[in-house]
Structures are given as C-alpha cells and as structure tokens.
Design a protein around this ligand. Sequence first.
Ligand SMILES: Cc1cc2nc3c(=O)[nH]c(=O)nc-3n(C[C@H](O)[C@H](O)[C@H](O)COP(=O)(O)O)c2cc1C
Length: 403
Amino acid sequence: MITHDRDLSIDFCGVRFRNPFLLSAAPPSDDLDMVRSAFEAGWGGAVLKTTSVETEPVDLAYPMMSALHYEGGRIAGLGNIDLISEHHIDVVEQRVDMLKKEYPDRVVCVSIMGSKKQEWQELVKRLESVGVDIIECSFSCPQGSMGEEPGAMLAQSLDATERVAGWVKEAAQRCPVVIKITPQVTNIVKVAQAVKRGGADAICAANTIPSLMGVDVDSFVPYPNVQGYSTYSGLSGPATKPITLRTLAEISKNVDLPITATGGPVTWRDAVEMMLVGATTVQFCTAVMHYGYDIIDDLQDGLAFYLQEKGFGSPSEIIGKSLDRIVGHADLPREVKVVSSLIESRCVKCDLCYIACRDGGHQAIKLEGSDRLPQIDHERCQGCRLCVTVCPAEALEIVKAPE
Ligand SMILES: Cc1cc2nc3c(=O)[nH]c(=O)nc-3n(C[C@H](O)[C@H](O)[C@H](O)COP(=O)(O)O)c2cc1C
C-alpha cells in the first residue's frame, strides 16, 4: 500500500500518466487479466506485448529463459529467446477496447511489428479505432525484425528506421508514435536522429541486448538449452542499467525527442537515475517478472519522498537534471588531488581493499600493527577508487588530499 499523497502525474507526448511507471512490452503485459492486476496495483500504464497481423506466424521455442546469477544473487541479468506475442491484432484490439473502458485513467500502449508498409499501417489504424493511447513500434527484437534479413533489427539500419517510422507516422491520425530502438549499434545518436527524421514523436530506449548467456561446460550447450541447441538471448535486468543510462544520456544530449526508458530498472532510485539523464517515463519488465506487480508501491513512495526531500514540485522537474554534469573525458576537472580515506569505525578487516590495491591499484594500502587496520599511503594513493568499490562495509571514501 502506498503511503504518500503526492501528485506524481506526468505528461508524455500529450498523454497524461498518473505516475511515470509503466509495464514494458513483455510477458507481464501479454494477458488481459494480468494487465488488469497491474492496473489494480497502481501502474500508470502498460505497453501490451508486441503484436502483429493475423497472417504472421509466431513460432516460439522453449525453454526461453536463462539468467546471469552473481555471487549468490539471483538475476543480475535475465536472458530470453522469446519472440513477439502469440496474440495477434484481432485479440489485442479487443483487449485495448476493454482496458480503456475499464481503466480510462490508465495509459494503454501497444507495441507493434509488421513486415510491410501495409501491415504497419493496418496495425496502427485498427488500434486507433479501439482507443489506444500510444503506439510503440518494435524496431529492436534481438531475434530480428519481420521482413528483414534473418537476425537483423530495423533499428540497426538508419534508412529502415527513418522509412518505417515514416510509414507508421503517416498512418497515425491521433496517437503519438514511439520507436523502440536497440543499444546494439555503433552510434545511438544517429539512430535517434533517424527516428526524428521519420517524424516519430518519441523514443523508447532501449530494448534487450543480444547476448550469449553462458555455456554448460559438461554438455557444451549454451543456455538456454533447447533440446541440445541454443541461440542468442536478449539480455535485460539490472546488469543492463548502465548501458541504458548511457543510451538515454547520449540521446537526450543530442536529439530533441521525449524518451521512455527501458532496460534494467528495479527500484525507484533506478527510475530516478533514468529520469535525471532524460527519461520522461520508465518502463519495467524483469523487475516485475522477478518481484511482481506490487513493486509499484515502492516505486511511487520512493519517488514521492525523493521529490519532497529535494524540494521538487513534480516528477517532470527532474528530467535531464544530470545531463550538464556529463562531459567529454578531456573536459573533466583535474585540479584537485584526491585520495582514499578510511572510516575506521566501519572497517570489518576483510583485507579486500588491501588485496585490490596491491594487485590492481597503486599498492597504497598497508595492513600494519596488530589491529590490521588498512593504512593509506597518501603519496602512493591516486584516488582511483578501486578500494571503495570492493569494500563491503562502505568504510572507504574519496576525499581531497591533505595539503
Ligand atoms: C521474456 C521477454 C519478452 C519480451 N518481449 C518483448 C516484446 O515482445 N516486445 C518488445 O518490444 N520488448 C520485449 N521485451 C523487452 C522488454 O520490454 C524490455 O524492454 C526489456 O526486458 C528491458 O527492460 P527490463 O530490464 O526492465 O526487463 C521482452 C523482454 C523479456 C524479458
């Protein structure tokens, strides 16, 4: 249950969200009753999983999930070999109709994929006629786009991105058009510029990252093992957040289009970080698949308390607030010498800072005396921050070097 009474509403391309959090196009939005549960829980909107015209077959292979677990934690990253929804437009248009009647204050978006101009435009027209709020176009399924060469994603071609965005925009009479791109490109800014040239209203950045999730060293079969074979997965979840942040920042700094973020958020803090580098709304998938729809309570409370504590009136005030703090490497300040400093009361004497500095840093930490407390040699220490990153007890910090 949420405990705040703050207005968290936000405008995205002229569409009002009651909060900036929505389900992304994925299994949590691929069933009518599941979306109803999400709306009951408090989600501001949902992008229904990518749909297509009835004539396009969707041939799934199981099992489809595998994960990168790390040091006892589950799902640092989730891999999937899913395709678009098995529910074609005939089913999805009915769902949109029902959801809009039952939940008029929630934003219903639908993700679409076609192979030809006529398919893309038919999908748009049918969805608009049943009241969809936003059309999102999947140009970035890691298993490839329809009608393209096998495995290729539309958003990896600047020409295709501009052309197909133009087709969709031409057909859309009422709804904003969002293009969902892939981070798997050499220059994300050029892709975002192609989206803009195509006339689309916004960008969804970005889809899962093509990956090979691991290899079973006994059977030699990579994960997921589909009857002795595997294929490349789309990686999502917490491990992808830094890539998403970079993608958002690069687009926001260079292209004037609103962005809905996807890729890695789990907590309200993750979402705030994404907004600080340019996202207007934040989409969730893996976190919901792991912890359920009820995470929306923490997301709303966390954002509300953050805004209150920082003195912001509404979520829109934080969008892009960190962008001017991102500069090229050559422009980083270098005047002040910094060093590492120990907060003795927190040290658990695990030696990890000592080992890391000895073998991966500047050999500036010594364990001296019978208490084995780390001693930092400020002559050798460059303030690289490796020790801070390995310390499990937050017992080290970077400070200005003493005179
Ligand atoms: C099992 C699975 C299926 C997905 N299917 C789709 C899809 O049909 N269309 C789409 O645009 N994105 C799809 N995605 C990508 C998600 O919408 C989302 O962009 C991605 O998982 C990154 O966000 P996350 O880190 O919050 O999971 C899928 C993701 C998963 C895990």
